[in-house]
Design a protein around this ligand. Structure first.
Ligand code: AMP
Length: 398
């Protein structure tokens, strides 16, 4: 069974085509700068050379049509006809309270995704465009939505409600939803299998540190708390997002500095985090400058890891018993220094790293705790696309 996974953003489409029998990746690719003067498509068939096409790509439809052409291409293609694709799995950012599981897309689901757009104005509309275009280009395939928020729908009210007037929740659904659910779910499943325990008996703290960062408390395979909230802005310090701040800062920026809502949005989402603190959003730059003695980089790294540590402590309290901490995504998988700084001082909670194992972590999964550490510490390579493909298969089978 062949599954195409699509992540359609405001000006880009990422895709992966899987043969789920093994499962194997047949091709991956990226269409970027859609609607801009210099568009680009990069298509990487497994085992073959990458194909790059530069030129204007006016719309998502044009971009996806080119993808279909390359998937069918005599030299670079991986399928012979669009009807070989049994289903298309779409990453959809916001499923609100309606979707706690992947769902076959029909008119009603499409309308609900549209209705949820005010909660994710930058994401749900381009996700919908991807769905519409894929439905047109793969008319025989089942279209499935896999929601970033779905995994966190198991959070109890004490975790997801805000202490604001109840009417704002009842009438406007203002509450924490959480994001990166597909990644937290994927690494939770891998961790439970690695520990040799049923997921229903495994407590984990999963720490996704990429460009966006979030941390989740997982009890018995279910999310019970997570650091992102109503939007992907709160919680951990990220590449360009502030993470947690006092909401009164927003009043100050507006009333005292005269900033508009969109200027404040830009400051907190695009100009804060590591970028705001040290002028660079890539942790590799921050780490290199820290090693060279740059004070701003050291402060940024210290704040970044201190915030992770605070959440780890909070989620130990929430869970009571923790089998493993799991680090994942670009920073979590690659930065031994971040893992070491985030875990430093957690010995009283039962977390002790082995420095050599931490430095050597690589591949799909590594254990990096010391032999006498009661809590396991894992580094797991996340694979959101494979998780979307698997969930897509499970929906069509059921
Ligand atoms: P992701 O969003 O998961 O693709 O993660 C992207 C981020 O991972 C980049 O912005 C980098 O900051 C970080 N990253 C990637 N490779 C490394 C590395 N070798 N060491 C530290 N951070 C890294």
């Amino acid at each position: 069974m062949k599954i195409l996974v699509i992540n359609s953003g405001s000006s880009s489409i990422k895709y992966q085509c899987f043969d789920m029998a093994t499962p194997t990746v047949l091709a991956t690719g990226l269409v970027e700068r859609i609607g801009e003067p210099a568009g680009r498509l990069i298509h990487r068939p497994a085992g073959g050379p990458a194909v790059q096409r530069d030129g204007v790509i006016p719309t998502h439809r044009d971009g996806l049509a080119q993808v279909v052409e390359l998937l069918l291409d005599g030299n670079h293609g991986v399928i012979e006809s669009p009807d070989e694709i049994t289903a298309v799995g779409h990453r959809v950012v916001h499923g609100g309270e309606r979707f706690s599981a992947p769902t076959v897309i029909d008119d009603d689901v499409r309308q609900t995704i549209r209705d949820l757009s005010p909660l994710a104005p930058l994401h749900n509309p381009p996700n919908l465009v991807g769905i519409e275009v894929a439905t047109e280009l793969f008319p025989d395939a089942v279209q499935v939505a896999v929601f970033d928020t779905a995994f966190h729908q198991t959070m109890p009210p004490e975790a997801y409600r805000y202490a604001i007037p109840t009417a704002l929740y009842d009438e406007h659904k203002i509450r924490a939803y959480g994001f990166h659910g597909t990644s937290h779910q994927y690494v939770s499943d891998v961790a439970a299998r690695h520990l040799g325990k049923p997921a229903t008996d495994t407590n984990l703290i999963t720490i996704h540190l990429g460009n966006g960062c979030s941390i989740t408390a997982v009890r018995g395979g279910q999310s019970v708390d997570t650091s992102m909230g109503f939007s992907p802005l709160p919680g951990l310090i990220m590449g360009t997002r502030s993470g947690d701040i006092d909401p009164a800062v927003v009043f100050f920026l507006s009333e005292q500095l005269g900033m508009s809502v969109s200027q404040i949005d830009r400051v907190l989402n695009k100009q804060s985090g590591l970028l705001g603190l040290a002028g660079a959003n890539d942790l590799r730059d921050i780490q290199r400058r820290h090693e060279e003695g740059d004070e701003a980089a050291t402060l940024a790294l210290t704040m970044y890891t201190y915030r992770i540590k605070k959440y780890i402590g909070a989620y130990f309290a929430a869970l009571g018993r923790v089998d493993a901490l799991v680090f994942t995504a670009g920073v979590g998988q690659n930065s031994a220094l971040v893992r070491q700084m985030a875990c430093d001082g957690l010995e009283a909670l039962g977390v002790r790293l082995d420095d050599a194992k931490n430095a050597a972590a690589a591949g799909d999964i590594s254990e990096i705790q010391a032999v006498d550490s009661p809590v396991c510490v894992l580094v797991i390579a996340t694979n959101e696309e494979l998780e979307i493909a698997r969930q897509t298969v499970s929906v069509i089978r059921s």
